[in-house]
Design a protein around this ligand. Sequence first.
Ligand code: FES
Ligand code: FE2
Length: 420
Amino acid sequence: MLNREDNQLLTRTGPETPMGKLMRRYWLPVLLSEELPEPDGEPLQVRLLGETFVAFRDTNGRVGVLDENCPHRGASLAYARNEECGLRCIYHGWKVDAAGRVVDMPTEPPTSTFRDRLRHPAYPVVEAGDVIWTYLGPSEIQPDFPNWEWTRAPKEQRGATRILQECNYAQGVEGTIDSAHSDYLHSSDIRGRPRDHAPRLEAVDTPYGFKYAAIRTPDSDADAFKYVRLTLFVAPFFAFIPPFRQGRLASDDDNPGEVVVQQAFVPIDDEHNAFFTFAYNRRGPLPRYWRQHASEFGVQGHAGRPVRNRANKHLQDRAAMRAGNWSGVVGINPQDFAVAEGMGPILDRSREHLGATDVAIIRYRRRMLDAARALDAAQEPPPGLGGDVAYARLASDERLIPLDAAWEDMSTFAEDVTLV
Ligand code: FES
Ligand SMILES: [Fe+2]
């Protein structure tokens, strides 16, 4: 459990909060590239960490992320005309470019130098892996972009989705670093796991966050091997979950290869987050399940609000449950959403009772609470920002290892894959 003060610290991410300030030190995924499909297309309002921005693709294809309200008198730039390398406000025609320069003020006298003195808040943007990332923190300490392995994979081998989750981001994170629930919540959809349903969890801190192993006794060769599922938590809200291998998903009907999966739970505000999934097959084209991953949520394209949501109890099917389905909710990720969103917008963690399989949950909270408090006390750098993390080499793993081998030594980076 967490006391109320710590629960507040963990879950509040607005601009004046310690956790919000910590998160603003990292590169954050915001949108999929496909959501800004063409130059001079429709600008989008973007909510991120309790603030509101506008994102647009300009005439040259460059993506800008700006404060939403026009520098003149605050009209939303999501309504602006997107033309000739900038957003032109529909209210009085002022125009701002992707760098935040106010390039035209048609209502001011031609001799005015006002626009040279004005700068509209604009944020650095990187487009990588067909995902748009931004950095909201102080420019003088902007970190290098983390070159995740999947962002450098050939296009046909990777995919990304962005799905609205209607609860606090930490409820999402705590679902993904919880290896024990797969044996129950997802038991009708995942196969090939050992019969040992009470994994032993061990966690160790790392510069980027922590990693943990869920260790199970395999169904055979138990005297020589242990079955290890390795998960990485990467500050401030990323996780690498164990890869999906051939035949593991009941719904996979084409070659799954070795799919590395990274997830992110990006706060929109304290009661909503954007759930990103980045999937990458190291061994060939991305399998169909992952290409069509968003369809599990019933959304068009790869981003949107799920058809199954809290308002309709995720369309849980009691008849299916009576017929043998465990959760009655269709789809692995919608099952995760049912439990995370079902907790309510912001869970009161002072009333929970943690058990033996909650080792990673405890580690996550401690790591992030410590990091937020340290930054608040001006102790630098936050986890992963000390220049000592090879982000391109982070991945998770699952395998049988000899009983006497140390899981901490498992190497997850495939030396033989080709990156572009
Ligand atoms: S409010 Fe945008 S130009 Fe006046
Ligand atoms: Fe899950």
